[in-house]
Write a protein that binds this ligand. Structure first.
Ligand SMILES: Nc1ncnc2c1ncn2[C@@H]1O[C@H](COP(=O)(O)OP(=O)(O)OP(=O)(O)O)[C@@H](O)[C@H]1O
Length: 703
């Protein structure tokens, strides 16, 4: 009983005291921030009023500049203090939801008493700067994740410290309430994990901070390497680990890394919405979330074939042929903005021919681009000296002039007329024209590429790769690229990403058994592409399923060949055996689905009818009209109930119950691809799988 347990009482007391302290810090900081804000505003007004700008002579100018400098320094100091306080408040608010989830009792030296370290989602110190809770990403927290009792270690700045772990205690805490604690006496046991896994599916993926397992921790805390490939079975926490890794990197590189320097590639928008709560719940901003399609669109190749079937050989041919490109007149496009041709084909052709001797490639492009910028500059300057453009400006309404050039044009002489008109033409053309030059809009890349490959069209990877070859590395400021479900990309798509983000470090996560289309990259190909681009690829494996019950894990693991050395394990409690049912007709199938929908209505869980493709999903939605609907492309997953999803949209998601409505031999024949597709569908289930077929079950799942 909790009340008779002195440890429980003691821990609840500690929690209550810490909680009150956090509340106190929160209130104090809020008042302080409010007060400082007002004070800062008042001080700045006074100080700026005291500055008397005087640029009359050298001394006066110096004095004025010094006064402005002082004011800037004061503003900086306020900002720094403000940022620090806001950050502390943010951490306190995070901890008020759950102050900590574990503690370790560590003996740092044999002659010293052991000390307790409480670990939480963020770190906080008291007024003497002593830690009350340490952040889970702090090096010392590694002793918790190592899951080793007794002698263990952690690494600080490359140095390994050995310590004695006397106690590893986990807590189930909500705000100031301690629900339970678990002392781990057996190293590998993780009671909190088992406790957490008892719960139902949630509509959004949750952070796993408190229960990160040892093999997962090795990925999260892995040293920063150019490329890392994580091979993990379905439900082994790849996505979760990837998000925790992002939080880890943001913490350790907080001085130089911002979330928008991290790109996360995911399979679709439903999945993006499914995962977008994890990092905010850890107190971190989301990275740039994008799909391959978004990337294509950003690069101006949105209307092209996505390159799912583009062979790597096509990119290699481009590589071999690029230096031999002869730019023809028809390959050149004028730079035209808003109907005004700023650089003509003839002008561009003459610049190109001037630098032809370098051969088409990054050097050539840099020289041509620079010269086109110079010519653009001359052209804009010439435009602003023409009467027609000066008159156009003067003919505008006063409001329009103010909107465009920030003042009313009232030139007194020719020089001034050219000057204001220059501002006007800059607003109209400069930015767009410079962008067009930098994007190589002056070169019909597709025409060049089609000629090189002798092909009637270019896919997105072909076009983008050709651009990279001609232009050199992109100017992207992205430092980390995470690709989830890497097995769904074609080698050509991956090669483009590896080259485009050449300076970034990659984390690639996937499961070869979840490749649901033909022609996607094998793990050997992934390795080879990134070894070529990034020098080396480190690898980690995740072999325990945290999502699925042992019965579901057994079902999906029999569908594919895992390799001799791999033994899949599920840590969940036993659930129910899969249900297999053969129906005589399509009508009978629809009736069974309707019955399931009826049974599931009002229950806590979420059921998905995972159809083999979108067409079948829509057909089922029509047949089950009013009872179950198909999930839309941009929709978020519902919390409970029943939905129809095509397999491709179910990628990465999970459901309490998965129904495969077409588990027949035509939808799922005995082929490697069909095996992987069924493995992917079945492994979305946490607790229950229902396999339905009209006529006969697929040989892959028949008893
Ligand atoms: N250490 C952990 N503690 C608690 N839950 C975990 C842990 N690791 C994974 N899970 C849970 O297991 C489920 C599967 O995790 P996740 O989606 O990250 O796996 P995945 O390997 O990306 O799956 P898949 O490849 O099948 O899409 C999630 O519900 C996640 O919260």
């Amino acid at each position: 009983m909790k009340h008779d347990d002195p440890v429980f009482t003691q821990e609840q007391k500690h929690l209550s005291e810490l909680y009150s302290l956090l509340l106190h810090y929160r209130d104090e900081l809020t008042h302080q921030l409010e007060h400082d804000h007002k004070q800062a505003a008042a001080d700045l007004v006074t100080m700026s009023e005291e500055i008397r700008p005087d640029f009359g002579g050298a001394d006066e100018t110096l004095e004025t500049l010094a006064a402005i400098e002082t004011l800037n320094a004061v503003i900086d100091a306020y900002n720094q203090y403000h940022d620090f306080s806001v950050d502390r408040l943010r951490r306190i608010l995070l901890l008020l939801r759950q102050p900590y989830f574990a503690k370790v009792r560590l003996k740092m030296r044999p002659d010293r008493p052991a000390r307790d370290v409480y670990i939480g989602a963020a770190g906080i110190t008291d007024e003497h700067h002593l830690p009350l809770v340490v952040d889970w990403r702090n090096p010392i927290a590694e002793t918790y994740y190592n899951q080793e009792n007794g002698k263990t270690s952690y690494t600080v700045n490359g140095a390994v410290r050995t310590v004695e772990l006397e106690l590893r205690r986990q807590f189930d805490i909500e705000r100031e309430h301690l629900h339970a604690y678990f002392d781990t006496t057996v190293a590998i046991e993780d009671s909190l994990l088992l406790h957490a896994l008892r719960s139902h599916h949630t509509e959004k993926l949750q952070a796993i901070t408190a229960t990160i397992q040892r093999e997962q921790n090795q990925v999260i805390r892995h040293e920063d390497v150019p490329a890392m490939l994580v091979w993990g079975i379905a439900g082994s926490g790849k996505t979760s680990v990837m998000l925790q890794r992002i939080a880890y990197l943001l913490y350790h590189e907080h001085e130089s890394l911002t979330a928008d320097q991290v790109c996360l590639f995911s399979p679709n928008k439903v999945f993006e919405r499914y995962i977008d709560g994890v990092l905010p719940s850890l107190g971190e901003a989301n990275p740039r979330l994008l799909t391959w399609r978004d990337f294509m669109e950003d690069q101006g190749a949105g209307d092209r074939d996505d390159g799912a079937d583009t062979p790597l050989a096509a990119l290699e041919r481009l590589e071999n042929l690029v230096s031999k490109i002869k730019i023809e007149e028809g390959d050149i496009r004028p730079i035209t903005v808003a109907g005004e041709t700023l650089l003509t084909t003839v002008q561009i052709a003459s610049v190109i021919s001037k630098h032809r001797r370098f051969g088409v490639g990054p050097r050539f492009t840099a020289l041509v681009t620079d010269e086109l910028h110079d010519r653009l500059e001359r052209r804009l300057s010439a435009l602003s000296r023409t009467h027609s453009w000066q008159e156009r400006l003067l003919g505008l309404d006063v409001e329009e002039q103010i909107r465009l050039i920030g003042s009313v044009a009232n030139p007194v002489d020719e020089e001034e007329a050219a000057h204001v008109t220059r501002t006007y033409v800059d607003v109209l053309f400069q930015r767009a024209a410079e962008d067009a030059i930098d994007r190589l809009a002056w070169l019909r890349l597709d025409r060049v590429g089609m000629r090189l490959l002798d092909s009637p069209h270019l896919s997105a990877p072909e076009l983008l790769y050709l651009r990279l070859l001609i232009q050199g590395r992109s100017r992207s400021d992205v430092r980390y690229v995470m690709i989830d479900e890497v097995q769904d990309y074609s080698p050509a798509q991956l090669k483009v990403l590896a080259s485009y983000y050449a300076a970034a470090h990659f984390l690639l996560l996937g499961d070869p058994n979840q490749a649901i289309r033909e022609h996607t990259a094998t793990f050997d190909e992934v390795r080879s592409i990134f070894t070529t681009s990034h020098g080396q690829v480190d690898e980690c494996r995740l072999l325990t399923s945290y999502r699925s019950s042992p019965e579901v894990t057994a079902l999906f693991s029999h569908l594919v060949v895992m390799g001799e050395d791999i033994k899949l394990a599920s840590v969940r409690r036993a659930g129910t055996e899969p249900r297999r049912e053969v129906l005589p007709t399509e009508e009978a199938l629809v009736q069974v689905l309707a019955d399931i929908a009826h049974e599931e209505a009002g229950t806590e869980g979420l059921t998905a009818i995972v159809a083999r493709d979108s067409k079948h999903a829509h057909q089922l939605a029509r047949q089950l009209k009013g009872m179950v609907s198909a999930l839309k492309r941009n929709e978020a997953l519902p919390a409970s109930g029943i939905v129809i999803v095509p397999l491709v949209m179910a990628k990465g998601l999970e459901f309490d119950h998965v129904v495969i409505p077409d588990a027949d031999g035509i939808s799922y024949p005995d082929t490697p691809l069909a095996r992987r597709r069924l493995y992917t569908g079945v492994s979305r289930a946490m607790h229950q799988v229902t396999l339905l077929a009209v006529g006969a079950l697929s040989p892959l799942v028949a008893d």
